[in-house]
Design a protein around this ligand. Structure first.
Ligand code: C5P
Length: 227
């Protein structure tokens, strides 16, 4: 647990911008990136493809422990492979997000993913994006960020993201779905979405990507995590 590799954690609700910021920080530093939400999405997708019952916690936990996953990042493109198949776009739908949030509430699934996530902490460093990176997976991380934005702004960002990927989405339906997912993520017993006691909270509602990136880089500099 006392990882010697430098880890920066970025947690927060959906649409807070943590995916974009995590990627930008990792690229800026030349560090590895853990998109932990993608792991929960992959479990949900694999469970559905294998015809598991929606309530089958053990079945989903088995998948979480055994699924073959590959994250490939080449230049500006990311590819996520599940059992050798490209599922990069398939896991990003709001529908898979909802299923991911249901499977993520089961402690057995979270437990099965724990070591898998910690294995991403390799030199020179890791930027870990999720809901419980600072509270559960990397509690010793020397820099923890909790990124938020107001609900309207978060729904708008998710809407634009989905639109860009060519999915049709209605802003009002998306607002409802995000609120539902956040409520479930925040109220669950296992690793709920809460800022770590030692996290720095950044509200990105009125900040662009460069401004948030600048704040994170400055925080790390002040803590002598990098020059
Ligand atoms: O971040 P993303 O929207 O891809 O995450 C999908 C779902 O996975 C979240 O709504 C949450 O329920 C779950 N998740 C989690 N813990 C993490 C990352 C994601 O419970 N560290």
């Amino acid at each position: 647990m006392n990882s010697p590799v430098r880890v920066v954690t970025l947690d927060g609700p959906s649409g807070s911008g943590k995916g974009t910021i995590s990627r930008a920080v990792a690229r800026h530093l030349g560090w590895h990136l853990l998109d932990s939400g993608a792991l929960y999405r992959l479990v949900a997708l694999a469970g559905r493809e294998r015809g598991l019952e929606r309530g089958d916690a053990q079945g989903h936990a088995r998948i979480a422990g055994t699924m073959a996953v590959r994250f490939d990042a080449a230049a500006d493109e990311e590819h996520i492979l599940l059992e050798g198949r490209e599922v990069t776009d398939a896991i990003r739908s709001e529908e898979v997000g909802q299923s991911a949030s249901r499977v993520a509430a089961w402690p057995a699934v979270r437990e099965a993913l724990l070591e898998r996530q910690r294995a991403f902490a390799v030199p020179p460093g890791l930027v870990a994006d999720g809901r419980d990176m600072g509270t559960v997976v990397f509690p010793q991380a020397p820099l923890k960020i909790f990124l938020t934005a107001n609900p309207e702004e978060r729904a708008r960002r998710r809407y634009n993201q989905l639109k860009q990927k060519g999915s049709s989405a209605s802003l009002s339906a998306l607002s409802r779905e995000i609120a539902e997912r956040d409520a479930r993520d925040s109220s669950r017993a296992a690793a709920p979405l809460v800022p770590a006691a030692d996290a720095v909270v950044i509200d990105s509602t009125r900040l662009d990507i460069e401004a948030v990136l600048g704040q994170v880089i400055e925080l790390g500099r002040r803590r002598a995590l990098w020059a």
